[in-house]
Design a protein around this ligand. Structure first.
Ligand code: GTP
Ligand code: MG
Length: 516
């Protein structure tokens, strides 16, 4: 069996790298050699890369934390003439030494690592050149997934934020969760951060004489979380270099501080006391590691949903990426030979060290990947994608709820257009926000995509002169004919022959070569 690295081990490694790293704003014609030579005066550089986001930046990882301390020792406070500065020092720096800049008129030739992806319509043309739908799916996953550099940058931003929070809580850590680490993140996705105060020691009283800390008390854990986030949010707003547009959203079910980190270009959501979300991140990560088809299918469905406005970056009655991911997992559990096991099975495989109960919720599941025996399902990505659309085009949403604990649909426990049981807080519906219109659009789009994938015009690779004609997955990502549909009732009134005619027309139009 393949060797896996657990999310926990990955987090520890990346966090440790981030602690030894700095983020430096450079001038556009920085001389790479001189720049590195200057930095090496403070210690060995283990890794570095440049990227562009509101200017040129370098992420530099030193061999030791002392090297960073030495670098900071030599840094100066900016002298500004008409403004004043907050004297909060951090590992976000600017390169000011002009002797490191190439003054010749030439481009610096610096290699920049992309932190964003190409727009979907440009990508559609690239997809059409692939030779099979399986290859299209793999190529989409490869083009949109987080890069090694982007992942490092995410951990570095968490580490920079930790330095601010550590002014109040020196023992805290800030960990990324959600799509930044669950394996399903797309370049450009938001950065979900979790302020972890569990490491604050002194919790286990020893027998005999002991002292305890006098601590301020509040009515509830929620009130404590709100007050901590309020103060840290204020601090990020007033003192945090590069942090702009800070909003405190403290009355949400899960209180958070939202802001933009300009040097990285990340939209950040900082939460605290959100351990269940950390567990669901671990679970999604585990499922994504079990079989490469899981990540590819989730990626493809997420991109497809985004291209058709099924999901959105704005909160609302849309299906969330998290709900959509759970829907893909449920579908994979429901294959006649299941591709992934149920959460109950993963719980049964758990050892004593895996036991986890958070606020009364059983969040236990196995962490040792080698204990998980997979069934030998050999379906291709193309088959799975087609079956996914077919599955949800005909799923009895009005009566049934999706349950990944059992890998079975169950009668809905409450009225809601879409009911997906929260895997850990089992009395909750993760898609409670979704209204009937959005569910209907999703179903209509599944019907259309399933139909399209069964057409010869769509599923036959185009080669040679026709290479730019959209086919396969590319066709599914083009604007849809059913996207505007308001409700299923209206759709049903339309005769089937009309629908098919409409779809055929749309297919014809889509296959017209682009004039541009
Ligand atoms: P994108 O940010 O859209 O790329 O995906 P994401 O998976 O990061 O989703 P989001 O930022 O909305 O949420 C971050 C994480 O919080 C998710 O990965 C889940 O672990 C968790 N989460 C989000 N929504 C819910 C929900 O409704 N219920 C539960 N239990 N967890 C959620
Ligand atoms: Mg997210």
């Amino acid at each position: 069996m393949q060797l896996f690295i657990s999310l926990h081990a990955l987090q520890v490694e990346r966090q440790e790298q981030a602690e030894r790293s700095v983020l430096i704003n450079c001038q556009s014609r920085t001389n790479e050699k001189k720049f590195l030579k200057y930095l090496s005066n403070h210690g060995d550089i283990k890794k570095y890369f440049f990227y562009e986001s509101y200017g040129l930046y370098a992420v530099v990882e030193f061999a030791k934390r002392e090297n960073v301390a030495s670098l900071l020792e030599g840094a100066v406070i900016p002298s500004v003439s008409h403004e004043s500065t907050v004297p909060f020092k951090s590992r976000l720096l600017s390169l000011r030494n002009l002797s490191l800049v190439d003054l010749s008129n030439q481009q610096s030739g610096l290699q920049c690592q992309p932190q964003t992806t190409i727009p979907i319509n440009e990508f559609i043309q690239r997809l059409s050149k692939e030779e099979s739908i399986d290859q299209q799916i793999t190529s989409l996953t490869e083009a949109y997934q987080l890069t090694e550099e982007n992942s490092r940058l995410r951990f570095l931003v968490c580490s920079l934020l930790k330095d601010i929070a550590a002014a109040y809580f020196p023992e805290c850590t800030i960990k990324p969760f959600g799509s930044s680490v669950n394996g399903f993140g797309k370049l450009g996705c938001d950065l979900d951060m979790f302020l972890d105060l569990d490491g604050i020691s002194g919790r286990n009283p020893k027998s005999g004489l002991s002292l305890e800390y006098q601590m301020k008390r509040a009515n509830s854990e929620r009130a404590v979380t709100q007050s901590i986030l309020s103060v840290i949010g204020e601090c990020v707003d007033q003192f945090g270099p590069g942090c702009v547009g800070v909003q405190k959203i403290l009355n949400a079910r899960c209180p958070l501080v939202r802001f933009a980190h300009q040097p990285s270009g990340f939209q950040c959501d900082l939460t605290a006391n959100n351990r269940v979300a950390m567990k669901s991140t671990e679970l999604l990560y585990l499922y994504g590691q079990l079989d490469p088809r899981v990540r590819s299918l989730v990626f493809t469905v997420r991109c497809w949903a985004r291209a058709h406005g099924v999901t959105s970056s704005i909160p609302g009655a849309w299906i969330s990426n998290f709900s959509l991911t759970v829907m893909v997992l449920f579908f994979l559990q429901k294959r006649s030979i299941p591709i992934i096991p149920t959460l109950e099975h993963l719980r049964d495989l758990a050892g004593p060290a895996d036991k986890s109960v958070i606020e009364g919720n059983d969040c236990t599941f196995v962490s040792d990947f080698s204990k998980i025996q997979l069934k030998s399902n050999t379906e291709t990505l193309e088959q799975l994608l087609c079956e996914f659309f077919e599955f949800y085009a005909t799923f009895p949403f009005s009566r049934m709820s999706l349950n990944i604990r059992k890998g079975k649909e169950q009668n809905k426990p409450e009225v809601a257009p879409l009911h997906i049981q929260n895997p850990f807080e089992t009395s909750l519906n993760v898609s409670k926000n979704v209204n009937a219109t959005q569910l209907d659009r999703f179903v209509a789009l599944c019907q259309e995509s399933s139909w399209l994938l069964q057409q010869r015009e769509t599923n036959t690779p185009r080669g040679g002169a026709n290479m730019t004609t959209a086919w396969g997955l590319a066709t599914l990502l083009l604007p849809s004919q059913v996207a505007g549909i308001k409700s299923r009732k209206k759709r049903r009134r339309e005769p089937a022959s009309e629908r098919i005619k409409g779809l055929l027309e749309s297919l014809k139009n889509k296959n017209q070569p682009k004039t541009s």
